[in-house]
Ligand binder design. Structure first.
Ligand code: ATP
Length: 246
């Protein structure tokens, strides 16, 4: 699904990534961790082709990103759903309109929009908020809208850049439950985080970057330890919070 082969990215005076090789398979849930300045954002920007690698090959869904023409770039980016720490919702659009907008820009019909947006809002447990504006929502609700928007066009991969960074612990776990459910339905998820407790309890693959290099990749240990779905534990942890509609 995502393959880096000896990728190096240098900035004028800094190393972004140095000789990074990694394979992320379809359906995986991968945490990307490491100290500030380690190269996590560089990794994501290279996947999105927001920046160019100096050396190496980057493949996303079999497509060589390095060779991607500017004509094919929008399609490439649409295959990747992005979720951010600061939600990045459009303040002048309602919840429904924020999610619908992601469908409009890929020319989906009004009929499809009327059918699919309510489904995504329901999956995220925010059907009752459809006509509200982002600033009328809690932080957790705003992140649910952002996730609905990220999944609405059925991307193969979701990249979540510190999606729980602005949330209290209980709300963070609710968001993790939703991401795990999306992953269970087949979407590959790469999540950048500094939240050690979340990484420890989710028992997924953990890739650690430091000074531009992958210094740890705990795929085996975490796979073996996950004897039961982590979501069960997470739901228990988040039980004070709201449940999804379905
Ligand atoms: N545009 C840029 N110009 C110069 N150096 C840069 C640029 N962007 C990143 N860097 C450097 O590349 C290295 C990796 O940065 P990157 O932003 O990928 O780290 P990060 O792991 O995402 O950090 P954080 O957790 O703080 O977001 C750092 O040394 C950073 O200073």
């Amino acid at each position: 699904m995502i393959r880096f082969d000896h990728v190096t990215k240098r900035y004028s005076s800094n190393v972004g990534l140095e000789d990074v090789s990694i394979d992320i398979e379809k359906g995986e849930f991968v945490f990307l961790v490491g100290p500030s300045g380690a190269g996590k954002s560089t990794f994501i920007k290279l996947i999105m082709k927001e920046i160019e690698a100096d050396e190496g090959s980057i493949q996303v869904m079999g497509q060589e990103v390095v060779n991607l023409s500017s004509r094919k770039l929008p399609q490439h980016r649409r295959n990747i759903g992005m979720i951010f720490q600061d939600f990045r919702l459009l303040p002048n659009k309602t919840v429904f309109e924020n999610v619908a907008f992601a469908m409009e820009i890929v020319h989906k019909s009004n009929r499809q929009i009327r059918k699919q947006v309510p489904r995504a809002l329901s999956l995220m447990g925010i059907s009752s908020k459809a006509n509200m504006f982002p600033d009328e929502l809690s932080a957790g609700e705003q992140q649910r809208v952002a996730i609905a928007r990220a999944i609405i066009n059925k991307p193969a991969v979701i990249i979540a850049d510190e999606p729980t960074g602005n949330l209290d612990p209980a709300t963070a776990w609710e968001i993790m439950t939703l991401l795990e459910e999306i992953n269970r339905r087949g979407t590959t998820i790469v999540m950048v985080t500094h939240a050690k407790d979340i990484v420890d309890r989710m028992k997924k693959r953990v890739v650690t970057i430091n000074q531009g290099r992958i210094v740890r990749d705990d795929v085996g240990a975490y796979a073996l330890r996950s004897e039961k779905p982590a979501a069960t534990e997470i739901k228990a942890a988040a039980s004070q919070g709201g449940e999804a509609d379905e």
